[in-house]
Design a protein around this ligand. Structure first.
Ligand SMILES: Nc1ncnc2c1ncn2[C@@H]1O[C@H](COP(=O)(O)OP(=O)(O)O)[C@@H](O)[C@H]1O
Ligand SMILES: [Mg+2]
Length: 318
């Protein structure tokens, strides 16, 4: 058995060819058996398109894509046996109970009798919803629905689980629970492919991260390897009060000679510089000229945000 569970080579997806958008544009990477691999990128980057092709929901326009050694286009049946899919959109019947939803999906996967009952109990436990098994799904919070969605993906004991932004728009407790569940399942041997636009989630979960932007894979590696790429730079975060508009500030800050790139993120200005200590004076002079009232200046260790800024000149959350 190969140590690679996913092999992606020159993968392309163009919607509505020949004139439609190329959502995934010639990307290549492999996923190791047993790892948590995250695809990190902003909205519209091509994460759902990529993960949908890996999980046989969408046909590639070009390239090759093997899961467990089998082609997703020619041997989809074999691929589907080993994968579980947790899509971004929740596919549950609101008017029936959690348990009945799971029974419905379990039968779709070919589970029957005691095996089906065993698996339903097992996945309810993983989702932390055993005590709500008999309640109608329409009475569940968004986070609980997500957790049932994950339970569905685990019913047939997949080796590889695809999760597309499973924590978007849910309460903090459910989010925490989902992240912990991913780690637990992985510790028991499940390989996980996880997409997110939240840098903190990619940082917490991943063995390796692929950074995707405009359909291109622009960075790939462990978090350490990725941040080493920008390790020679520092990030200065500036908190301020002022009336100037953000775009003008970014433009004039970028023009400071010690600053490589600048962006606004969550109301703070971030500047990528060679060395924080030696560029601070010029940044303070700039702030005075721009008539900003500084509320705080922080020198940040390079993180994935810095990597994204370095690679694209934009903030991840733009
Ligand atoms: N069914 C579709 N038809 C046409 N364009 C699409 C379709 N689905 C997604 N797109 C476009 O493809 C690009 C990538 O989308 P998507 O893969 O959903 O990104 P992400 O999941 O990273 O937000 C976006 O520009 C999006 O508008
Ligand atoms: Mg998406």
């Amino acid at each position: 058995m190969s140590s690679l569970i996913v092999e992606v080579k020159n993968l392309v997806k163009q919607y509505a060819p020949p004139d439609g958008i190329t959502a995934v544009n010639d990307i290549s990477f492999n996923i190791q058996r047993g790892e948590i691999f995250s695809l990190l990128g902003p909205n519209g980057a091509g994460k759902t398109t990529t993960i949908s092709m890996m999980s046989c929901l969408l046909k590639p326009t070009g390239g090759t894509l093997l899961v467990n050694g089998h082609s997703v286009t020619d041997e989809a049946k074999k691929v589907k046996q080993v994968i579980g899919v947790v899509p971004q959109e929740i596919a549950l019947y609101p008017a029936i109970s959690a348990q009945e939803n799971l029974a419905f999906w379990g039968k779709m996967y070919g589970l029957r009798g005691t095996k089906l009952q065993e698996r339903i109990q097992a996945v309810l436990k993983i989702a932390g919803l055993t005590d709500r098994a008999k309640d109608k799904v329409e009475t569940f919070s968004g986070g609980m629905k997500r957790r049932i969605n994950i339970a569905v993906g685990l019913l047939h004991e997949p080796q590889l689980l695809f999760m597309d932004e499973p924590t978007v728009g849910i309460d903090p407790q459910s989010r925490r629970r989902i992240l912990d569940t991913v780690k637990e399942l992985n510790a028991q041997g499940l390989t996980v492919v996880y997409t997110t636009h939240y840098m903190e989630e990619a940082e917490e979960l991943s063995d390796r991260i692929g950074i995707i932007d405009h359909g291109k894979l622009i960075g790939l590696g462990t978090q350490d390897a990725l941040t080493e790429m920008v390790g020679k730079y520092d990030i200065i975060a500036i908190e301020y009060d002022g009336l100037a508009d953000a775009e003008t500030l970014v433009e004039s800050l970028t023009a400071v000679s010690t600053v490589h790139q600048a962006v606004i993120e969550n109301g703070k200005l971030l500047a990528e510089v060679n060395e924080a200590a030696s560029s601070l004076p010029s940044i303070l002079t700039w702030a005075e000229k721009a008539e900003l009232r500084l509320k705080g200046i922080e020198i940040k260790e390079p993180n994935l945000e810095a990597v994204f800024l370095h690679l694209t000149g934009r903030a991840l959350r733009d």
